[in-house]
Design a protein around this ligand. Structure first.
Ligand code: PMP
Length: 451
């Protein structure tokens, strides 16, 4: 692609390719980010974009929220790091208190920190095994939990995350997760919930002794699978199964947490209280931080140094997280997510009525997926359309991506202005129209890989 509008960006991308490993990237288009404010991003060439990706749902408070930046600056002047493995610091204690109070469950809790969603999932596997004295873990097909060994083993969404890297962690069992839009055979939501719980019950009766299962680790809404929302009843029944067999129920909130879905945490849509939650991404508005928050009795007896990283819970990250919690509360971002999400769903629903290409629109709050299909009857994924539409959107001022081969990912910062949201949605409409007029060349498919 030769285009003067993106000259500096393209030069950087070329240089990047010569020194950075490709395995760490999922390419869309050559956007080299220079700065960001709120829901807006500027690239190295001065082009501006509305951001519908929020750095992979890691910036619910938007880019460089002044409160967060202020907290980071203040803390950086005072103390960048003293490892919490050996010494204590106040931001860590204050944050732990806040996390215990904001997460679901009216019981005593303890927090342990990390630096990525992946390591928190690994920690959870270790903790669950240690606490229960059991080895088996249940996870779900098409879930994404990260790329360290434990998190990668839990994930079941990409062969490139498994191929030639085995053996994976032993004793992790995957079950199909209900996808109301793509059921194995036509069935109602209630039937889908019952069918999928049935797969687990059958396993517990035949080949997985339930008393050997330590934990079920589940995304309340499967993010990278394409925002798949389980039918009501499924997670409740799963919780009951856990209770029947003394299995820990863990809600993996890395992507859906901190107001993304119009609730503080995704699991709160399903009337289930988990024994532990896994937190990451938006927790600290861009600083690397993750956490496991679990019932105190689960965490209390865990012996040091079973799970500690030198930089885990570093002061700057904790201050950024405290500022993030303040912003979410004081700016009413949870309610804002619900309200703006409903507005976006309305407009995307209108588009679905107009364009056969849109098979399904689903979401909670500002966590919305637009599933593009080749044919509404077969529901075959339309990867080519998704890739071309994202490319066109980029060229017209919108950061848009897709997951699961066909699902446009609508996850803007929760601080996005209504007019920015409306403009972003208008760009999606125009991109779809351009695609349907066959105006987006096949050559863009060499650039946009997506996932
Ligand atoms: N869990 C979920 C649900 C995620 O979406 C992600 C990141 N996409 C992770 C875990 C991994 O987090 P990280 O990339 O910070 O390791």
């Amino acid at each position: 692609m030769q285009d003067d509008r993106y000259r500096k960006c393209m030069e950087l991308v070329e240089e990047d390719k010569s020194v950075v490993a490709a395995a760490s990237r999922v390419p869309y288009y050559p956007l080299a980010v220079k700065r960001g404010r709120g829901a807006e991003v500027e690239d190295m060439d001065g082009n501006r974009y509305i951001d519908f990706l929020s750095s992979a749902a890691a910036l619910n408070t938007g880019h460089c929220h002044p409160r967060v930046v202020e907290a980071v600056k203040e803390q950086a002047e005072e103390l960048l790091l003293y490892t919490a493995v050996y010494m204590y610091h106040e931001p860590l204690v204050r944050l732990s208190r806040r996390l215990c109070s904001v997460t679901p469950g009216d019981f005593r809790k303890r927090v342990i920190y990390g630096l990525s969603g992946s390591d928190a999932n690994d920690g959870m596997i270790k903790l669950a095994r240690w606490y229960t004295g059991r080895s088996k873990i249940i996870a779900f097909q098409r879930s994404y939990h990260g790329t360290t060994y434990g998190a990668m083993t839990l994930s079941a969404l990409s062969l490139n995350m498994r191929r030639r890297m085995g053996p994976m962690l032993p004793e992790v069992y995957h079950f199909p997760s209900p996808d109301p839009y793509r059921t194995p055979v036509p069935m109602s939501e209630e039937e889908a919930a019952r069918y999928h719980i049935g797969r687990l019950e059958e396993a517990f009766a035949n080949y997985i002794p339930p008393e050997e299962v330590a934990a079920v680790i589940v995304e309340p809404i499967q993010g990278d699978a394409g925002l798949v929302i389980p039918p009501q009843g499924f997670l409740q029944r799963l919780r009951e199964l856990c209770d029947e067999h003394g299995i820990l129920f863990v809600s993996e909130e890395v992507q859906q947490g901190f107001g993304r879905t119009g609730r503080w945490f995704g699991i709160e849509h399903f009337d289930v209280v988990p024994d532990a939650v896994i937190l990451g991404k938006s927790i600290a508005s861009g600083m690397p931080l993750s956490a496991i928050v679990a019932r105190a009795e689960i965490m209390e007896q865990w012996q040091p140094p079973a799970h500690c990283f030198t930089c885990a819970g570093h002061p700057v990250g904790c201050r950024a997280a405290l500022a993030t919690l303040d912003v979410i509360e004081e700016e009413g971002l949870v309610e804002r997510s619900e309200r703006l999400g409903a507005r976006a769903m309305q407009e995307l629903g209108n588009m679905q009525e107009e364009f056969e290409l849109i098979g399904d629109v689903r979401g909670r709050g500002l966590s919305i997926g637009v599933d593009l299909v080749k044919n509404r009857a077969t529901r075959e994924r339309n990867t080519e359309a998704a890739a071309k539409i994202c490319y066109w959107a980029w060229q017209n001022g919108l950061i848009l991506s897709f997951f699961s081969g066909s699902v446009l990912r609508i996850q803007p910062p929760l601080v996005i202005a209504e007019r920015e949201l409306d403009t972003g949605l208008r760009i999606i409409r125009s991109a779809i129209e351009a695609y349907l007029r066959d105006e987006i060349p096949d050559s863009v498919l060499e650039t946009v890989k997506g996932w």
